[in-house]
Design a binder for this molecule. Structure first.
Ligand code: BG6
Length: 484
């Protein structure tokens, strides 16, 4: 099944930080793929803007190189498409903190069409960019701005950022990206929950024993050591990506699928989170193996107390979830790159079979990556004569198999950028959501900083520190294996 392409009206998109790493790796390749797919109408313009002095010709060559390097094995583009894509590109050398280049940029805007400004720069420049867009007359009601994480490093900094943007833009013009929300299966979470009758009646503490969310990576922090050591897994992954997954899993059904209705429900989940108890968190740092350095060497800080792994047990105080624990974990340099959410249902209330038929539970697993799909473990009779022995088998729905090999799952950035152009904020974080997530995170981080807690070393290629396993074992539960 090939996905439907709905072309969007011609638009102007400016990428601030247009020569940076994110632009090269993600934003420009994503735009290119949407261009290949035929989603951009004639007349669309993409303008790179950055401090580096360059002209249009040099920028086009720069982008072509990035596309060749980062477009992966995407085969949907006909030969010659890069050349056609280059024609819609231009470049402005710009000083975010001064006046250089701004009049030139303003002159490139087409009046009356959607314009989007992608702030692919550090948050310290967000306020400057917003101010200059306003001063140079580019902040009208058709303007949208897109901002990347990290959106602050605590509640105070997030509030300050929100204020600096709100001085010049309304909330409905601000698109805060969390690229996890653009992942196909993450959106499928809402489709599975709210498009089927089967699951929702069971989606509560009466039937669900617990929920586990794992986002495991095999990569370390090499190359981003300085940023990462100031953040750690809590700020880098939990406060945003895992929190968003938790919200989608735990939220009430919104009355309509519209941006504020969805985000109102997510916000309620964050506000209902219990404070995290110190003995419900395990933090770790990966060790070196024969080939690669460990965390401390990577960040060049032998005294670092920052975590590259975190596991936690959370509770949500509301009618639906009181009493059901949520276990979350995320880490670098683990056994496999795998992200999944597992909803583990309770055992049947009464076992009518013999004692040795064993204990069985249904588990609904939503696999975000790789092999996007869902599995439902169901209990059946083990085939063959000799009595009633039970066995759990997965009903496996791997999306690429179910939808056909052509099922085109666009990269998260492709979808999100197109949503900006269409003016759909459903998959973007609202200011109050981000602040609520920091309000929950701040005291947890402050706690371990005050106590001087040291992360526990773990082996590269493992599932994290043993203590993380114990976090579930002491509740009589078990993490699912991390495997590709
Ligand atoms: C980013 C984090 O937001 O997400 C990285 O800063 C992390 O540390 C990345 O590696 C993971 O994203 P994905 O899409 O590869 O799961």
């Amino acid at each position: 099944m090939v996905s439907r392409i709905i072309p969007v009206e011609p638009f102007d998109l400016v990428v601030f930080g247009g020569t940076g790493d994110l632009a090269r790796r993600k934003i420009l390749p994503a735009l290119f793929r949407r261009f290949c797919a035929g989603q951009m109408e004639n007349g669309t313009r993409i303008i790179g803007a950055a401090r580096t002095a360059m002209d249009d010709v040099e920028y086009r060559a720069f982008v072509a190189e990035a596309l060749i390097e980062f477009n992966g094995d995407h085969t949907g583009c006909e030969p010659g498409t890069i050349k056609r894509f280059q024609e819609i590109l231009s470049y402005v050398t710009l000083d975010a903190k001064g006046d250089g280049g701004w009049s030139e940029l303003a002159a490139k805007m087409h009046p009356g069409r959607v314009r989007a400004f992608y702030f692919s720069v550090g948050p310290s420049l967000f306020g400057d960019l917003a101010l200059r867009l306003h001063q140079y007359g580019m902040a009208d009601h058709d303007t949208r701005i897109v901002v990347e994480k990290p959106f602050g490093r605590d509640l105070d900094t997030a509030r300050a950022l929100n204020r600096s943007l709100a001085d010049h833009f309304n909330e409905n013009q601000i698109y805060r990206i969390d690229h996890y929300l653009g992942k196909e299966t993450v959106q499928n979470l809402m489709a599975i929950r709210f498009g089927n009758m089967l699951f929702e009646p069971l989606w509560n503490s009466q039937y669900v024993d617990h929920i586990q969310i794992t986002v495991a990576e095999t990569v370390g922090v090499g190359g981003r050591g300085e940023y990462y050591d100031r953040s750690g897994a809590m700020r880098d992954m939990v406060q945003n990506h895992l929190m968003q997954l938790l919200c989608l899993i735990a939220m009430e059904p919104p009355a309509v699928f519209d941006p504020d209705a969805v985000r109102d429900e997510k916000l309620k989940v964050i506000r209902a989170l219990n404070p995290l108890k110190p003995d419900h968190v395990v933090r770790g740092q990966y060790l070196a193996d024969e080939e690669k350095p460990g965390y401390l060497e990577h960040v060049e800080n032998p005294d670092s107390l920052t975590e590259s792994f975190i596991a936690m047990k959370l509770g949500i105080s509301n009618w639906r979830w009181a009493g059901t624990p949520f276990y979350l974990r995320s880490g670098k340099r683990l056994r496999a790159r795998t992200s999944e959410i597992a909803v583990v249902f309770k055992e049947a209330p009464h076992n009518i079979f013999t004692e040795d038929s064993g204990r069985h539970r249904n588990i609904l697993t939503i696999r975000l990556q790789p092999n996007e799909g869902i599995d439902l473990d169901v209990t059946i009779k083990e085939p063959g004569p000799g009595g009633m022995r039970l066995v759990d088998v997965p009903l496996d729905m791997t999306f690429s198999e179910a939808l056909g090999p052509d099922a085109d799952a666009p990269d998260a950035y492709e979808r999100l950028i197109m949503d900006v152009v269409r003016g759909n904020q459903t998959l973007f974080m609202r200011g109050d959501e981000v602040e609520a997530a920091w309000a929950w995170t701040d005291p947890v981080i402050a706690g371990w900083e005050e106590r001087g807690d040291r992360p526990i070393p773990y082996d590269t290629g493992s599932s994290g520190p043993e203590e993380a396993l114990a976090l579930m074992h002491r509740d009589g539960r078990k993490w699912r294996d991390i495997r590709a």
